[in-house]
Design a protein around this ligand. Structure first.
Ligand code: NAP
Length: 244
């Protein structure tokens, strides 16, 4: 019988993270539902449990070192290993009315604290538990807005999308980190990939977004469950590579 996977999804109390938890739950996976707000996490976990899934809320603020260490210690004590880490939590806090050169340094620092340093610290904390897995998977929620090649190419799908520079650059950096970590893990069973979910109707994506949340979670789920001969160090959207 196949062993039941254990998956931690950060920022899973709503949006793409919540739907990723639901879809992984359907794949006979124990869900550790990360939320920086305890009440929101418990409420979200209860909703998925009512749908019949095995879900445990975990308090986790990825911009807070103490919170990360506590969460890792809790997972180690209760489960002893982790098979899937979905670094889904992310923020977009640029002031769209300002030019790139006018965004405050505070905006840049805040964005990087969650979207890059939060991912690095969370990954480092959970890596020992992922090494206990038969086949660990790390999924970093990136964005097409992190594609440097597209940003540098006039006429590309996102050439004009420069209203959120701190967010965009944080995702470029996350892509670069993904490549670096994949190199370190190249001779292990752990795969690490960057996912572009699509432009998805969430609080961040807004109502004008093209994709329903159900489809927006599909890239995360497919990379979380990617086969042993699948990619590592890739940047993908629904199975297709995106330019770095
Ligand atoms: N929606 C899109 O079109 C789109 C496109 C490309 C990439 N993405 C990426 O996909 C991921 C999910 O986005 P989404 O659209 O689902 O966004 P969302 O609806 O705004 O949800 C973001 C989630 O991240 C959590 N979060 C934020 N900061 C956190 C922190 N410090 N620690 C823990 N959790 C934190 C939020 O918690 P609270 O509820 O407490 O705020 C929420 O659960 C993000 O990384 C985003 O950059 C989204």
């Amino acid at each position: 019988m196949q062993r039941k996977n254990i998956a931690l999804i950060t920022g899973a109390n709503k949006g793409i993270g919540f739907e990723t938890a639901r879809q992984l739950g359907r794949e006979n996976t124990t869900i550790l539902l990360g939320s920086r707000d305890q009440a929101k996490g418990e409420e979200a976990a209860a909703r998925l449990r009512a749908e019949g899934f095995d879900v445990h809320p975990i308090m986790l603020d990825v911009s807070d070192s103490v919170s990360i260490q506590k969460a890792a210690a809790e997972v180690k004590e209760k489960f002893g290993r982790l098979d899937i880490l979905v670094n889904n939590a992310g923020i977009m806090v640029d002031d769209r009315k300002k030019k790139i050169s006018e965004q405050t340094l505070e905006t840049w620092r805040k964005t990087f604290a969650t979207n890059l340093f939060g991912v690095i610290e969370t990954t480092n904390a959970f890596l020992p538990l992922l090494r206990q897995s038969e086949a660990g998977r790390i999924v970093n929620l990136s964005s097409i807005l992190g594609s440097i090649e597209y940003h540098a190419t006039a006429g590309s799908p996102i050439y004009e999308s420069k209203q959120t520079p701190a967010y965009n650059v944080s995702k470029s950096a996350l892509n670069a980190y993904t490549v670096q970590l994949a190199y370190e893990l190249r001779d292990t069973k752990i795969k690490v990939n960057a996912a572009h979910p699509g432009w998805v109707k969430t609080e961040m994506g807004g109502e004008g977004a093209m994709m329903e949340i159900e489809d927006g979670a599909k890239t995360s789920v497919s990379l979380a469950t990617v086969a042993d001969n699948g990619p590592s160090g890739a940047f993908l959207h629904q199975g297709e590579s995106l330019p770095w």
